[in-house]
Design a protein around this ligand. Structure first.
Ligand code: UDP
Length: 336
């Protein structure tokens, strides 16, 4: 079976490519390196001892897609490529809508032209907006998104549904990620955001490693046990494995399916800081600042549908997530 992975050198994409190769799939990656680098290819080969095809192209480019689909008989597509910085999406909405929507439309168009009917989509818990209940189940209301990034995910879900209705064989797995953190245990691949990180975990590891001075905690007056925001952090390797379970289901079903990929447990910002300090024996200085606009108090999954229907659940706990996130950053420093 041959799987086309868009954004396959990015954070979640690279971990999923590793799992696919280790499970015996053939892999073709398309990535324009806008938020990744060529070294990741060597790292994936080092981890798996396996090779894969690589195209340095933009998923929006129809000619590039045509070339890939004519050179390979693709059985399924996993679509990770996309812009994902919330703040940037507020400043550059056209860029976000254009890139995230056009890439998906072009991909689906080429898939249908080449009789490829299995699509795994990277969606996000952000589609639930401020959730109507906790834990969040897949039937909770979607669409109350608070920024263009989130709205692209919501719009793509709608588009995929319409494509499925018009082409019932076109099977879609919509995977709604909670907060992916951690890194491969080898320390060879992980999350490497450009510039100053927006997300909590990359920020914590950079404070711990001395690259940044102090963590700003955005508000301690939320309606949560310690006042800081609560999220469902999931180890990226668990998340990657969820994609393989979804892929197997896509191969023997027809339909559009929605799954929360989270652990089901919510941790606060302070829980993370304290756990990180305990596991890694290093201090993370922090200060409490104003709330970040658009943030919600709590967000965590009910992941039981993925367990019932895909046989998937997360195995790693917070300790492993903290350990692997820090191990990755320390390894990056060693290698410089
Ligand atoms: N957060 C924080 N300081 C930071 C980054 C994030 O206090 O420098 C908080 C944020 O307010 C939220 C949690 O950490 O409660 C997770 O934020 P992140 O941006 O990682 O994910 P998301 O908001 O998308 O769930």
């Amino acid at each position: 079976m041959k799987i086309l992975v868009t954004g396959g050198l990015g954070f979640i994409g690279s971990h999923t490519v590793v799992e696919l190769l280790e499970d015996g799939y053939e892999v073709v990656v398309i990535d324009d390196l806008s938020n990744s680098s060529l070294e990741i290819i060597d790292c994936i080969q080092k981890i798996t001892g396996k090779d894969f095809s690589f195209y340095q192209e933009d998923v929006c480019d129809l000619n590039a897609l045509e070339k890939i689909f004519s050179e390979h008989k693709i059985d399924a597509v996993m679509h990770f490529a996309g812009y994902k910085a919330v703040g940037e999406s507020v400043r550059e909405p056209i860029m976000y809508y254009e890139n995230n929507l056009v890439s998906t439309l072009h991909l689906c168009k080429k898939m249908l032209e080449h009789d490829c009917f299995n699509f795994i989509f990277s969606s996000s818990a952000t589609v639930y907006g401020d959730p109507e209940k906790l834990p969040i189940t897949e039937d909770c209301k979607v669409g109350g998104t608070t920024n263009p990034y989130g709205t692209t995910k919501y719009m793509i879900e709608r588009i995929l549904n319409d494509i499925h209705i018009a082409n019932p064989k076109f099977t879609v797995m919509v995977l709604r990620y909670f907060n992916p953190i951690g890194a491969h245990e080898s320390g060879l691949i992980g999350e490497k955001p450009n510039g100053i990180p927006n997300n909590l975990m990359p920020y914590i590891v950079r404070v711990a490693s001395g690259e940044l001075e102090i963590l700003s905690i955005f508000g301690n007056d939320y309606d949560t046990p310690d006042g800081t925001g609560v999220r469902d952090y999931i180890h990226v390797v668990d998340l990657a494995k969820g994609h393989l379970c979804a892929l197997k289901k896509a191969f023997d079903s027809e339909g559009i399916f929605y799954y929360n990929l989270g652990t089901g447990t919510g941790y606060s910002v302070l829980d993370l800081v304290k756990n990180f300090e305990k596991v890694n024996g290093v201090k993370v200085p922090y200060k409490i600042v104003e709330r970040r606009p658009g943030d919600i108090a709590s967000c965590y999954a009910d992941p039981s549908k993925a367990y019932r229907e895909l046989g998937w659940k997360a195995h790693f706990g917070l300790d492993e997530m903290m350990r692997d996130s820090y191990h990755y950053i320390l390894k990056q420093h060693e290698d410089v």
